[in-house]
Design a protein. Sequence first.
Length: 162
Amino acid sequence: MKAIRLIDNRRRVGRSCFENIVLSVFRVRAGVAHKCTPWIVLAALAGGAFGCAPAAILAGGVAGAAGVVWVKGSLEETLTVPLDRVHQAALDAIKAFELPVQKDRKDKMSAVLAARFADGKHLQVQLVSLAESSTKVSIRVGVFGDEARSRRLLKEIQRRLE
């Protein structure tokens, strides 16, 4: 297998996880491979040696407590509450932090709320109805995630559902 397969940076279908990570590590511009940061190389090596799971953990980090999971910059939890109630609680929590709501879209299966913090970081709350009385909540702050702010918002949502 040639490592020069990196030149075709547009087509990722049919490639292994390792090849996709290598594509992220080396960007080919004008025929020259530019190196990225060393931790990405470490993730690529872990992906090649042990499959995709270690690379995903290195790239995003996984931690969980009492059903709350931090995955790739997003805080996720499944609540045993209908979507409508979680949506209203999330909207009230965002307003309680005095964040201007930029997007509020909802249907019977999902909802998306977006706001912006004073420091410019973007907030996105995604809600997905898993069953009549079960909703998956996903909170992301900024590009890479801010676990402390995400957890504060989740606690406020849970408090409003009590």
